[in-house]
Design a protein around this ligand. Sequence first.
Ligand code: URP
Ligand code: ZN
Ligand code: ZN
Length: 477
Amino acid sequence: MATTLITGGTVVSATGRGEADVLIDGETIAAVLAPGSQLLGTDVAASVDTVIDATGKYVIPGGIDAHTHMELPFGGTNASDTFETGTRAAAWGGTTSIIDFAVQRYGERVQDGLAAWHEKAAGNCAIDYGFHQIVGGVDDDSLAAMRGLVDEGISSFKLFMAYPGVFYSDDAQVLKAMQVSQETGLLTMMHAENGPAIDVLAAQLADAGKKAPYYHGIARAWQMEEEATHRAIMLANLTGAPLYVVHVSAKQAVDQLAWARDQGWNVFGETCPQYLYLSLEEQLGAFSEEWGQFEGAKWVCSTPLRSSRDGHQHHMWQALRTNDIQMVSTDHCPFCMKGQKDLGLDDFRAIPNGIGSVEHRMDLMYQGVVTGKITLERWVELTSTTPARMFGLYGRKGVIQPGADGDVVVYDPNGHTRISAASHHMNMDHSAWEGFEIDGHVDTVISRGKVVVDGGQYHGSKGDGRFLKRGLSQYLI
Ligand code: URP
Ligand code: ZN
Ligand code: ZN
């Protein structure tokens, strides 16, 4: 088994930082040592196969992106990243595990949806991967099948209060699924937007000739998110189900979560980099030579980007600091402009919803450290440690300690990254982050002991990643 020593760096965890060397033996972290340690009278550095000099750099646990949609069939097309391209891009960006969403729709069996996702991912991933289960058709069969998910290593499922006719569940279905959540310990993940009301607003806008991408954000008003978030919280409280609200963007939805947590209720929230940096006016209202007003389609996602005028972004950063929001995932759901987003050229309702960011999450969130909005430790907690705890991976993932998987990133705070579609590794013909200048750089990425990215080169292979059979969330009470 090959041994690797990462030496000279500052090891950062969710609880602190310190100078230490990290020894990886095979696929596993063997020791965290005082710098320059000796073992059995010999310099450790002299006895390992590979030494990585991390002087002046941070050594952090590999990122865990708990919300991705590789190859998702959605909006009349498929998300443009396959498990192969998307996980490779994730590795480039310092993410060493993803949790993707297997899909079940009305009339389909949950078991078949899960099997189809295993088929898509197996042998193709660059990094380790797990699944949540989308239950897009709650009925007696799917409710029964949900009871078998924990044994399959799938300890969370997603419901949608949005997208009528696609993944939507009404309140009765949500209630029934949450009852199963309460009984089994499956964590309920909720897309909290009032879909039926949004569809009425969207149709009214389109009928009035307001069909540009900008109106996607108008139809999906913050009231739709606040109301659905509140409803999800109350249904979860009634049933005793643990609740995790995905891709929170509105400050009013954050306040609902904060209120529920202040009651001592077991609810959690995730946000995404797009809700911390991008806005309704600037992005959804954008104009370009090539696309005209349709340029805004690059940022059509749900929940939508929020107005820069109403303080949503500031509120969200604050919530990350105060732990009203506990995690940052990407909701990576990429679509190309040509041949995919342009399905909605004449009507925003037909634009496939989604933004691709799996490669940039660690960098984008590090900017919060640079600007003093979060600490280094909180950066690690939001992007790796809490995702591991929330989704039953902690100990193996999310921490640098003996016995954990050798998933480690060497991050250079003095490096620089310029984001562009010309240089990113995601399978997209544009970048929602074009021209973003990042203070910091992912230098080296080690995935289960294998150096997959180093010195600007990719050393991994398709199939390096293994399926992660997850345990129950550590946040269950
Ligand atoms: O716009 C988004 N979020 N697309 C992916 C599907 C979802 O709702 O997460
Ligand atoms: Zn969603
Ligand atoms: Zn999503």
